[in-house]
Design a binder for this molecule. Structure first.
Ligand SMILES: Cc1ncc(COP(=O)(O)O)c(C=O)c1O
Ligand SMILES: C[C@@H](O)[C@H](N)C(=O)O
Length: 358
């Protein structure tokens, strides 16, 4: 029986707040293709400053941001990018770096914590002497936090080590920082320090920060100039985008401080789930706003059965036939929603595990 609606599908599901809608309605705008939109320019300057990079560019999505960054770094035909086999760019972006960008992916196993083994990265770099046969390595991509590892954080020290490898071999480093602010809050490290070694970063405003739309690319002025032209080529040039950027500015101001509470609510949910018979949770791995829930071997529980029970209670998780359930907490999930979710799951687990008692 649906008592309330709790949307744990992703942190991309949030609705704009009243403050965002008011800012959108009153945003100062202009044509961002013929010149520049003043509110977009304000957001881009803010983001470049926060990230410690020369310039920034607003783009419609994280997928387009990553595609643009890979294509700018790998603008020479026959280029190859080293990236994680479980990275968002490789798994969820329709292979765009190859189908549109003409860039060859060289995947390396993502470890459970979202990193890639440093020696494996260096070993994957093509020998320039083999260019008759091989693509040429030009870029390494990291993801912080790492979504498919459960929102795990990459440390500044690890990122610096990858940056040193890139520099040693004349390569560039891109960070898919869709949830970079979550990593910064969880680690207690400023965002500019986390991306110090990166040549480009994509930062989503539409995830935990709760903006309705948008991602910002940061990098050198020369890089952003090329990215801006490519954004237009890909159809991402936009006119009065101050309407969207105004909401993003409110999100930065209002929701950045709230990310710490998202992490606390995620931990509370994980600890509660960990008490339930038949459910397996790695509580220590819940570093930010994501929880991966697995079923114990031999348990009568299945993800399919639990998804059905959750839906009947009005609790939304991503559909699908994965044996694992992902739950993502965001600023529009309350602590009461967490307790409601735990109560519904406790009843479902009992009903499935001990049907004779019901
Ligand atoms: C790690 C990561 N990178 C990039 C993206 C792509 O962002 P968008 O959905 O805005 O294209 C997502 C998900 O949305 C993501 O989780
Ligand atoms: C599904 C995926 O593309 C999205 N980035 C999410 O984490 O919800």
């Amino acid at each position: 029986m649906v008592v309330r609606s709790v949307d744990l599908r992703s942190d991309t599901v949030t609705r704009p707040t009243d403050a965002m809608r008011e800012a959108m309605a009153s945003a100062e705008v202009d044509d961002d293709i013929l010149g520049y939109d003043p509110t977009a320019r304000h957001l881009e300057e803010e983001m470049a400053k926060m990230m410690g990079k020369e310039a920034a560019l607003f783009v419609p999505s994280g997928t387009m941001a990553n595609l643009i960054c890979v294509m700018v770094h790998c603008e020479v035909r026959g280029s190859e990018v080293i990236l994680g086999d479980n990275s968002h760019i490789h798994v969820y972006e329709n292979g765009g770096i190859s189908t549109i960008g003409g860039v060859h992916p060289k995947t390396i196993k993502n470890e459970e914590d979202g990193t890639m083994d440093l020696e494996a990265i260096e070993a994957a770099i093509r020998d320039p002497k083999g260019s008759t046969f091989y693509p040429s390595t030009r870029l390494i991509c990291l993801e912080n936090t790492h979504a498919n590892s459960g929102g795990r954080c990459l440390s500044a020290e690890y990122t610096d080590s990858v940056g040193e490898i890139a520099k040693r071999h004349g390569l560039k480093l891109h960070i898919d920082g869709a949830r970079l602010f979550n990593a910064s809050i969880a680690l207690g490290v400023p965002v500019n320090r986390l991306v110090e070694a990166a040549d480009s970063v994509s930062v989503c405003l539409s995830k935990g920060l709760g903006a309705p739309v948008g991602t910002v690319i940061v990098g050198s002025s020369g890089f952003i100039e090329k990215a801006k032209r490519l954004r237009k080529t890909l159809g991402g040039g936009m006119r009065q985008i101050g309407v969207l950027c105004a909401a993003a500015l409110v999100a930065l101001q209002e929701n950045l401080p709230k990310l710490q509470f998202d992490h606390k609510k995620a931990k509370l949910l994980a600890e509660g789930l960990n008490q339930m018979k038949g459910i397996r949770i790695n509580v220590a791995a819940v570093e930010t706003n994501m929880i991966f829930m697995d079923m114990e071997d031999g348990s009568r529980l299945t993800a399919e059965k639990l998804r059905k029970c959750l839906t009947e209670c009005g609790i939304l998780v991503l559909p699908g036939n994965s044996p694992r359930i992902r739950m993502v907490v965001h600023h529009q999930i309350t602590t009461s929603d967490v307790h409601y979710t735990l109560s519904c799951l406790q009843q479902a687990v009992q009903m499935i595990q001990e049907p004779s008692l019901n």
